[in-house]
Design a protein. Structure first.
Length: 336
């Protein structure tokens, strides 16, 4: 059963992995902090909003433009990086005088309890968050949309139907997946797919010559180019490739796709009107429509983003928070 995320995530292994994933962001944030000096509140200036978002640069710019069109008195700067790099940046800025963002939009709900316990995120959530199901909200955050872990394959390849198919000899050396040490959306996949396909799933994939890459976007691009035949990625990666004419198709596994909420929150101490307006807008009809147009499955409202016959796994995210180190350790034990 999906439950409200309220447990505190922590642990040395987790922090070490975030720091490894965000090494470049760490150095960049330190430089920014030195340059900013006492101006840590600059992002809170009237009319200006800074959002740290785990989106592609293209989608970040499109989302900013759509918000500004609907709210002309605000200017929003969306800084895009992976969740791990953004968390490292946030930690560094907090130690150097204050987080420079007004709001965050990430891709891993398991990082939110620690951000809350560290005093990074505030209490503000949009009124429309009350319409969300319990699995799409937690203490100080709400899900702006959902990602889904799915299978992608190149045209001409025998279509897989389920996760276990990727261990078959016909896909030997042709499968690519992301690394949950770096990709926040991949963590839930690493935790839940072995429950569906067997405890030896990743060992079987390794024996079948699977390739591990950092990003689910890389998986999508590699399958689209034909460099790899099949991969585990996100629905939000597949849709733009398909609509752009890439020779790929998306499979919703028969045993169940793995959902990942995209948590959004205000930054404590930077709660200006523009940040609240941006978070509010994300859950409006216009905001959800824009997110859908960018390839994401909306949190509210009707949508054909998820097939009506698709099976969706119920992910116990509260367990993932406390078991993150164990999940990552099991994955690393197989792949090194």
């Amino acid at each position: 059963m999906l439950v409200k995320r309220g447990l505190i995530e922590g642990g040395l292994v987790q922090r070490m992995r975030w720091r490894r994933a965000g090494a470049l962001a760490l150095a960049g944030a330190a430089v920014l902090a030195l340059l900013a000096g006492c101006g840590s509140k600059s992002s809170g200036a009237s009319g200006k909003v800074t959002v740290y978002a785990a989106l592609t640069d293209t989608n970040g710019k499109a989302l900013a433009a759509a918000f500004e069109k609907a709210n002309s008195k605000y200017t929003v700067n969306i800084v895009t990086e992976g969740t791990g790099a953004l968390v490292t940046r946030i930690e560094t800025e907090k130690k150097s005088g204050g987080v420079k963002a007004n709001a965050v939009l990430l891709a891993d709900p398991t990082v939110m309890p620690e951000l809350a316990s560290d005093g990074v995120i505030g209490d503000y959530v949009p009124a429309d968050a009350s319409k969300l199901p319990a699995d799409l909200k937690g203490d100080g955050w709400f899900g702006a949309f959902q990602f889904y872990n799915v299978i992608i394959y190149h045209d001409g390849v025998t279509p897989p139907k389920d996760w276990s198919d990727l261990t078959k000899p016909e896909y030997k050396g042709k499968v690519e997946i992301g690394d949950p040490s770096y990709s926040g959306t991949t963590l839930a996949m690493a935790a839940e797919v072995p429950k569906l396909a067997g405890d030896s799933y990743f060992a079987d994939l390794k024996a079948n010559g699977v390739k591990i890459v950092q990003s689910t976007n890389t998986v999508g691009n590699d399958v689209a180019s034909g460099a790899m035949s099949v991969g585990i990625t996100l629905d939000s990666v597949c849709r733009p490739l398909i609509s752009g004419g890439s020779p790929v198709k998306m499979v919703w596994p028969t045993s169940g796709s793995i959902p990942v909420p995209a948590p959004a929150a205000i930054v404590k101490g930077q709660e200006n009107a523009g940040a609240k307006a941006f978070l509010d807008w994300l859950l409006t009809d216009a905001g959800q429509k824009e997110l859908t147009a960018l390839g994401y499955a909306p949190a509210l409202g009707a949508s054909d983003a998820v097939p009506s016959d698709a099976k969706i796994v119920t992910v116990p995210y509260s367990d993932l928070v406390s078991q993150r180190a164990t999940i990552l350790g099991a994955f690393t034990k197989v792949f090194g």
